[in-house]
Ligand binder design. Structure first.
Ligand code: GLA
Length: 432
């Protein structure tokens, strides 16, 4: 543990404050928003393609609403290292070199991200960084990259690695920390692409800034439902400086209805996942662009006061705490700087009304009423007293609401909205 973390932990212990282990080296306090090449282009990438997508991020107004990163994924490298063992970019596809690319991206106001692997080879068979961690960290920094996605393919045999998953990722984490200290430069953001193995949500925060919790996303409802279900049980791992990464935003590639696409974006944004666009922006449609540019949801994803994810308070169709990869929890809430956020997901294949009592959410005060802001229609929808019903939520659709305290509720209502252990002071009226 670095000296400042030890001090922090010791102070917290003395003051009785619970500590969350974080890689609190000052970067990636909030989720990273940007672009990644993998979903739309896989290995068919080159420098011009990356710059074209970056320019589109600007001209389509995506950078202006907060998407400030552009990341290369796999297949940027030459298959062989140089004689001195350094990584080399593909000579044809990245002929101008990586400094040129990151220079152009920085000049456009973007941070630049690169991809590597903790094993012998990347998932597509390019050189991995195992036993080259310090050298490759230095190379990435020399090339001007600000962010590293670090994959999990081609893990060395046990008698070579003699480490578990934590140790394997710690090697690059240490290399990046060391590099930041010796170079006195901003630390490179470290994103673990590890698909949720070995309960990464329990230790990821002490090693990196985000960690994939599930396998690669596909553009269909089943994949979304399964990722949302899995992550619904580990929302507490997400906070400032470290977060569950639900994988890239897989919009605009077909496979999702408009309502499913909205559900996808809403869940990722409100669960405070990184939001990395994986669409070919040359062919993006207005509806997809509109979803990606929902500034009210982006503001909650980027909330600088409340770092936590929304969490389910009721599963709805299923009994609470049921794990069902085709029918995740339906009723969610969480705190935000400007009020309590609610997310309702209609997991059914038909429209349905969705009802909840306000105080089912731990972030709501009993005896108060709340103004309701709809984060998709961008309208103020009156005042909720005691409960709220969203009417005819479409199949696989979503409702996202921001409830703000609007003072005491009207008088004359029943004593308790939820009759669970409610009692009058003298005990004459007792329920629950
Ligand atoms: C893995 C990762 C993907 C992508 C590919 C590249 O599958 O999970 O996100 O980076 O490797 O080969």
């Amino acid at each position: 543990m670095p000296a400042h973390s030890v001090l922090l932990a010791a102070t917290a212990l003395l003051l009785g404050i619970p500590t969350v282990l974080t890689l609190s080296n000052g970067v990636a306090r909030l989720p990273v928003l940007g672009y990644n090449t993998w979903n739309a282009f896989a290995c068919n990438i080159d420098q011009d393609l990356v710059l074209t997508q970056a320019k589109l991020m600007k001209s389509l107004g995506l950078q202006a609403v907060g998407y400030t990163h552009v990341h290369l994924d796999d297949c940027w490298a030459d298959k062989n290292r140089s004689a001195s063992g350094t990584l080399v970019p593909d000579q044809t596809r990245f002929s101008r070199g990586m400094n040129n690319l990151t220079g152009e991206l920085h000049a456009m106001g973007f941070n630049a991200g690169i991809y590597g692997d903790s094993g012998w080879f990347t998932c597509a068979g390019y050189p991995g960084s195992f036993e080259h961690e310090a050298q490759d960290a230095q190379t990435f920094q020399d090339w001007g990259f600000d962010y590293l996605k670090y994959d999990n393919c081609n893990i060395p045999f046990d008698d070579i690695i003699r480490e578990g998953m934590v140790g394997k990722y710690q090697r690059m984490s240490d290399a990046l920390t060391q590099l930041a200290q010796t170079s006195r430069k901003t630390p490179i953001i470290f994103s673990l692409c590890q698909w949720g193995w070995e309960q990464v949500w329990l230790w990821g925060a002490s090693v990196g800034h985000s960690w994939r919790t599930t396998g690669d996303i596909s553009p269909n409802w089943d994949a979304l439902a399964s990722i949302i279900n899995f992550n619904s049980f580990i929302t507490q791992a997400t906070g400032f400086y470290g977060r569950n990464d639900m994988d890239m935003v897989r919009l605009g590639n077909g496979g999702l209805t408009y309502d499913e696409a909205k559900t996808h974006f809403t869940a990722w944004a409100l669960m405070k996942s990184p939001l990395l666009i994986g669409t070919n922006l040359s062919a993006i449609d207005d509806a997809t662009l509109g979803i990606l540019k929902n500034t009210e949801l982006l503001a909650i994803n980027q909330d600088s006061v409340q770092g936590s994810s929304v969490s389910p308070f009721r599963w709805g169709v299923n009994p609470d705490w049921t794990s069902d990869s085709s029918s995740p929890a339906q009723y969610w809430s969480g705190p935000s700087e400007n009020g309590t956020v609610f997310m309702l997901i209609n997991t059914l294949a038909e429209p349905s009304d969705m009802f909840f009592n306000l105080t089912e959410s731990p972030w709501i005060r009993a005896g108060r009423q709340y103004s309701v802001r709809d984060l998709w229609t961008h309208t103020n929808n009156g005042t909720a007293v005691r409960n709220f019903t969203a009417r005819a939520v479409p199949e696989h659709g979503v409702v996202a609401l921001l409830l703000k305290d609007a003072g005491d509720e009207p008088t004359g209502l029943t004593p308790c909205a939820v009759w669970d252990n409610c009692a009058s002071q003298n005990g004459t009226a007792v329920q629950g």
